[in-house]
Design a protein around this ligand. Structure first.
Ligand code: C5P
Length: 234
């Protein structure tokens, strides 16, 4: 399913006032807000709850990666947040047992998705990190997505370049949350595998994770509106 407003804005800041101001300004224009480790490590549960009180569903992007018991305990703690996050995640490279332990701890109370291969990593980067050199990022992202599906997870975070393969293998109901999104005229910055919002939706993305292209715009609300218009006009 493609969400009615598929924009998930990444509130990547450690400044509580700025995160709250962005949440207030952007809530009429986006479908979801993403809180990541930069903010959560600085402000913890109380900061999360302040931003979540603005009322939009939250993707709590903490990318857990540890042994099954530790990840399960951490997920249990995250399920006590009020309001509960709509989406939480783990790294698929944590393995099948870890993902199953996370799934059991979440127990259907939030969507649980797995990070496959970070959108900031190229083929050279993953080879340096020890992935098999005869296979590329798309192959590894698809294998990790299949593992996440086997573990009973709801979907994955993946690059726009990995979407078609993952959709082909795992079907339309498997949730795809896609960062590495850049409007046609925007700088790539540290992301390496990017696409425009319309191209990512056309390739089957359910949610588009968009940070700096919105939050660092002179008028973030106008930037979000322009991205939404680019989707409807495609
Ligand atoms: O500013 P930008 O649009 O590049 O922000 C992308 C967001 O998506 C960041 O919050 C980043 O942590 C997150 N993300 C990513 N690649 C992944 C998973 C999450 O860029 N594979």
């Amino acid at each position: 399913m493609t969400a009615r407003n598929p924009i998930c804005v990444a509130l990547d800041t450690a400044d509580l006032g700025r995160a709250t101001a962005l949440a207030k300004a952007l809530k009429p224009h986006v479908g979801l807000m993403k809180i990541g480790m930069e903010f959560f490590y600085a402000h913890g549960a109380r900061g999360y709850e302040t931003v979540a009180a603005e009322g939009l569903p939250i993707f709590l992007d903490l990318k857990l990666h540890d042994i099954p018991n530790t990840v399960a305990s951490a997920m249990t703690a995250l399920m006590a947040l009020d309001p509960r996050p709509a989406i939480v995640n783990v790294h698929a490279t944590g393995g099948l047992d870890m993902m199953q332990a996370a799934r059991d701890a979440v127990a259907g109370r939030a969507k649980l998705i797995a990070v496959t291969i970070l959108t900031s990593l190229s083929d050279d980067d993953i080879w340096q990190a020890g992935f098999e050199t005869s296979k590329d990022t798309q192959y590894h992202a698809r294998s990790l997505a299949e593992l996440a599906c086997r573990a009973g997870l709801d979907g994955v975070v993946c690059s726009p370049h990995d979407l078609v393969g993952i959709r082909h293998g795992l079907g339309r109901d498997f949730l795809t949350v896609v960062p590495g999104i850049r409007p046609a005229d925007a700088a790539t910055q540290d992301q390496k595998r990017v696409a425009t919002p319309a191209a990512a939706i056309a390739a089957g993305a359910d949610y588009l994770v968009i940070g700096r292209a919105i939050t660092q715009a002179a008028d973030p609300a106008a930037a979000a509106q322009a991205i939404l218009a680019s989707l409807h006009g495609r």
